[in-house]
Write a new protein. Structure first.
Length: 142
């Protein structure tokens, strides 16, 4: 895995998208750590379907900056009533294996503990470069 992600720290107003690295620097289904201009550590992921995701690096259960080293996977979220379920991309902590929805930060498996969602950042590919928002999306339900 190539973890040579760099960031242009001259940018960084709230909600602004900044360049993190070339998409070629990312390995599919593996995370890489990056640093935002305000010092926040994030984990970035390129999935097999070509989508990119960015989340907080801090594992809220272990207190370590490690989520970019987590296990990428998928989870079937059951539908309501007659609605079919939806398969969502996930990240599982490499420490205690709690799992989150990579798209929303919602806890899918708290490992028996209290649910602790994670922050999710908008991410997109532009001209072969990964760009990430400098501030997280509002938490689900807020």
């Amino acid at each position: 895995m190539n973890t040579d992600a760099t960031v242009d720290t001259s940018a960084g107003t709230a909600g602004e998208m900044i360049e993190i690295c070339s998409v070629d620097a990312l390995t599919v289904e593996r995370g890489a750590a990056a640093l935002l201009p305000d010092g926040t550590q994030i984990g970035v992921f390129l999935l097999e379907d070509g989508s990119v995701h960015a989340i907080q690096q801090l594992d809220p259960y272990s207190g370590t900056q490690i989520l970019s080293r987590g296990l990428v996977g998928s989870h079937l979220v059951p539908g309501e009533g007659e609605e079919p379920g939806t398969i969502v991309p996930t990240i599982a902590s490499p420490m205690y294996k709690q799992a989150w929805n990579l798209s929303t930060g919602e806890v899918l498996d708290a490992g028996g503990g209290q649910p602790q969602p994670i922050a999710v950042y908008d991410a997109e590919i532009r001209d072969g470069k990964l760009h990430v928002a400098t501030s997280p999306r509002p938490a689900a339900g807020s």
